[in-house]
Design a protein around this ligand. Sequence first.
Ligand code: ASP
Length: 341
Amino acid sequence: MSSVLIVYTGGTIGMVKSPSTNTLVPMDFSNIRKKVPELNMFDFVVDTITFDPPLDSSEMCPEVWVRLCNIIKDNYDNYDGFVILHGTDTMAYTASALSFMLQNLTKAVVLTGSQLPMGTIRTDGKENLIAALEIAAAQENGMSIVPEVSVFFQSKLYRGNRCTKINADNFKAFTSQSYPHLAEVGIDIKYSYPHIRYSPVEGPLAVSTEMEQNVALLKIFPGMTRAYVHHVLNIPGVRGIVMETFGSGNAPTTRWFLDELHQALLRGVVILNVTQCLAGSVEMWRYDTGRHLMEMGVVSGRDITTEAALTKLMYILGNYTNPAEIRIMLNKSLRGEISLR
Ligand code: ASP
């Protein structure tokens, strides 16, 4: 009989409305079987671990990611798959981070949550949880069908490092514009086999716990001042910057802007160029406004999401110091987070 471990970290899915304050407060997750009696109907074992106290996903940070990785590692041999219940706000960051931190993954790690708490009648949490469990338990020839870190939300399973939260109200809270979904849940669960990633490296699960937090996000916008750009690029100790640019990786060619970037690059700061658009790829050779960046040594993030770019940078800078090696790693698709042509 297969088995799945649910790790409840916090978030709306595990909340109820407090009658006294009318705000959402965490429910006692040990009562989950009362709220979702369907959990007793699966033909596989479901166990749960609960964070105490549960965390709103705004509190997520590398320390918590390490804790999650260690829970998966410690329980890896006892379960066939894992479901992580997580607030939706930063779910795409956690999914991206775990995808890099968990090496040689051969079992499903499915993150899910909900827009309405489990304790409300119209909750989307029940459906999300049940489908996530089925996917985490799904096996073929003794192997997990989706052996990667994924996010399940409102009928679709996405690669974790390819999705983004796009809606704070709607049940369809996530999208993955640059990569097809891995499965769709309707009457049946239809797996999109050609798009599922299988770890190319054989070996035991390894957890990389070094995540460099000296990274920053520089979102450019028309009218930004030199002081703004200068301050972000000169944060004491900063080693990597994700720069969110326009369209296919374009930025102003104003002298002061290029000078600031150039100085940062000379100091050894890695700058990764990602687009502010929801879909499409950075192609710095396309316009003159991108070419300047490329010639200077800014690295193309291609079609990576900002969430995956930040966590990939944390992971690479946490594990490598040689600048040439860092560039090579950034240009590689480590866990299917970028499309290489
Ligand atoms: N604030 C909540 C969180 O991300 C929202 C949610 O769960 O959807 O933890």
